[in-house]
Design a protein around this ligand. Structure first.
Ligand code: AKB
Length: 317
């Protein structure tokens, strides 16, 4: 039995993770949210919900006490593009917020999952099959805060024995809750345009590769790493995980197998493009495979088939 707090439960990842963890009747899953991003519908009705502002350590500690929480999924963050507009807020939520969570976890003996990202690499990192352990030097505040988060999480593990674990997520694609403010968001938006019969204006230039992943694989990764036997870990914070790497013209071709008259034009966004160019084309996830059995299930075509079918149902209702 697990008592779990999800900080950021109404976001792109949190909304699906909360429901998946609640589908196991052994779990009590508290949906943490901030005012203005309240849970609705099934998320609200299927279990407890509490205001859990990551900048407020006392509030987080009180939820952990009241629900006897043993595991925290810390999903609070500003994504890469929006973080460039608000770097101090990105740091306050991403790094100061994590310190709040780690301090409470140290006192109350909770395990903590905090996602990292392909954005933790930079232009000096090897571009293709980027290794687990290599030069980082990210250029964005998002990447700098993710590298710091990884190091802080390892520090709390080594110094205080806090059970911290993490994966470096690629761009995540889902038909449920849209992402907001990321460089990889185009790979979600393109499906909405295709299903709505609109021409897609692509903000990322032709030939720009980034790693991506379908949300069911990402949710499984978060659950599996937290359930893994740590005896197999050489690494902890954070594991490269990967399932597919593509550029805009490749996802466009995949969609056209199902919607042949779909049109795309390029309208490159200079900020998004410069961030994308500073990130790897693809990650080497062999350490995650070897140390806790990570294995993706979806490739691009399997994801495209499912995304189109799910979005057709969603947008028709
Ligand atoms: C972003 O684009 O900022 C995120 C990420 C890759 O971490 N989706």
């Amino acid at each position: 039995m697990k008592n779990i707090l999800i900080i950021g439960s109404t976001g792109q990842i949190g909304s699906e993770l909360t429901m998946k963890l609640r589908s196991n009747p052994q779990n009590t899953v508290v949906a943490g949210y901030i005012p203005g991003a309240e849970p609705k519908g099934e998320l609200l009705e299927s279990g407890p919900a509490e205001i859990a502002d990551i900048t407020n350590a006392v509030q987080i500690a009180s939820i952990i006490d009241r629900y006897k929480v043993d595991t925290v999924y810390n999903l609070a963050a500003l994504l890469s593009v929006v973080a460039e507009a608000k770097p101090l807020l990105a740091w306050k939520i991403g790094v100061d917020g994590l310190i709040n969570v780690l301090e409470v976890a140290r006192e109350k003996h909770c395990a903590v999952f905090t996602p990292s990202s392909i954005g933790s690499f930079g232009p000096d990192s090897p571009k293709d099959k980027t290794p687990q352990d290599t030069v980082r030097n990210p250029l964005t505040i998002y990447g700098i805060s993710k590298v710091t988060d990884e190091m802080l999480s390892n520090y709390y593990h080594h110094k205080y024995g806090v059970d911290t674990r993490s994966v470096r997520f690629p761009g995540l694609i889902s038909y449920m809750t849209p992402p907001g403010g990321g460089t990889t968001d185009y790979a979600v938006d393109i499906y909405y345009s295709a299903v709505r019969g609109e021409t897609f204006e692509c903000p990322i230039a032709q030939g720009t590769y980034m790693d991506m992943m379908y949300m069911p694989d990402a949710i499984r990764a978060m659950i599996e790493i937290m359930e893994a036997d740590p005896a197999g870990f050489v690494h902890r914070n954070s594991f490269n995980i990967a399932s597919m790497s593509f550029s805009p013209e490749i996802i466009y071709d995949s969609i056209r197998k199902y919607i042949p008259d779909f049109k795309m034009v390029y309208k490159v966004d200079p900020l998004k493009q410069s961030i994308a160019e500073s990130w790897p084309n693809s990650l080497d996830d062999s350490c995650a495979r070897a140390e806790w059995g990570w294995k993706p299930e979806y490739d691009l075509d399997a994801m495209t088939r499912d995304m189109i079918q799910r979005l057709q149902e969603k947008l028709a209702s």
